[in-house]
Design a protein around this ligand. Structure first.
Ligand code: SAM
Length: 274
């Protein structure tokens, strides 16, 4: 079969279903295990390859996101394995890494704790780019097992700890970062199918008001922060004022917007005693 014909058909099928056409080429290249840029150089593909591609195109038509079809995701220029036990890394969360890296550089921070690490994407991206000591925790052993694989495949050393928030965390850090679950329990049913059926509930459910984990972090982070330490958090687009109130005993540093112009990352500094 001519690859060009297959690409055209796939794009038009996706267009008709309101699925991003870019996904068609992505699926074809991933299935053929080729760099996306080399598709234009291929004329014919085998019947077997065409069948494999069709199977994956069908999955996308059933609203399975591309990174779930291939069980890996690109985050901060690094490759991460994902599975049903972890949230698929989101591009917007790269802003949290950017802000942490800026703080680390500007303030000379030496250690970080990533609470609610999931696939380990934030911790691994930090360790890879900042060269500081990084600890990461999650309540899910399955998530931690995958995060360990991701740290190894990206050649970074991270101390992973199974912990219900801070319950098993010892020691102090210069920076605590987190992208905790922050969706209100009652809003989960109305989420897009691509989120609701693909990401684990444990990674989404932020309790009745979506603020459960921010409350825990605001309360317990001071015990685990060095003097002049920072907290850097991903938040839901409408949570800025609520999170600001929860962190009233900290110094507010900044609220950074995402690529869509929505509030996404909040930074606080441990208030020094006068
Ligand atoms: C929104 S996901 C974030 C994953 C990853 N940091 C990211 O940015 O892609 C939240 C994570 O919090 C973890 N989690 C949920 N409840 C927790 C708890 N009580 N203590 C620690 N981690 C928890 C989930 O297992 C999940 O991996």
């Amino acid at each position: 079969m001519k690859l060009l014909d297959l690409r055209k058909q796939a794009k038009s099928r996706f267009r008709a279903l309101g699925i991003d056409e870019v996904d068609a080429d992505f699926i074809i290249a991933e299935t053929l295990n080729l760099p996306h840029t080399s598709l234009i150089m291929i004329d014919e593909i085998s019947t077997l390859d065409a069948k494999k591609i069709e199977k994956n195109l069908k999955k996308r038509e059933q609203r399975i996101p591309v990174n779930r079809i291939f069980n890996h995701a690109c985050f901060y220029g690094l490759d991460f394995k994902i599975n049903k036990n972890v949230l698929a890394p989101r591009q917007d969360s790269e802003i949290l890494v950017d802000e942490c890296l800026k703080l680390i550089k500007a303030k000379g921070l030496k250690s970080a704790l990533d609470v609610c690490t999931g696939s380990g994407c934030l911790a691994v991206a930090l360790a890879k780019n900042a060269g500081i000591s990084v600890c990461a925790s999650d309540i899910s052993q399955r998530a931690l097992s995958l995060a360990t694989v991701n740290a190894e495949s990206n050649a970074v050393k991270i101390n992973f700890i199974k912990s219900n928030m801070f319950s098993k965390i010892d020691g102090k850090f210069d920076l605590i970062l987190s992208n905790p679950p922050y969706i209100c329990s009652h809003e989960i049913a109305s989420l897009d199918d691509e989120v609701k059926f693909q990401d684990p509930l444990l990674a989404l459910d932020g309790g009745e008001d979506g603020l459960k984990f921010y409350k825990i972090i605001a309360k317990h982070a001071p015990k685990h922060l060095n003097k002049n330490g920072y907290v850097c958090l991903e938040i839901g687009a409408t949570q800025r004022e609520q999170v600001l109130r929860l962190f009233k005993d900290y110094d507010f540093v900044d609220c950074v917007k995402d690529y869509a112009g929505k509030d996404r990352v909040m930074i606080f500094k441990l208030r020094s005693e006068k």
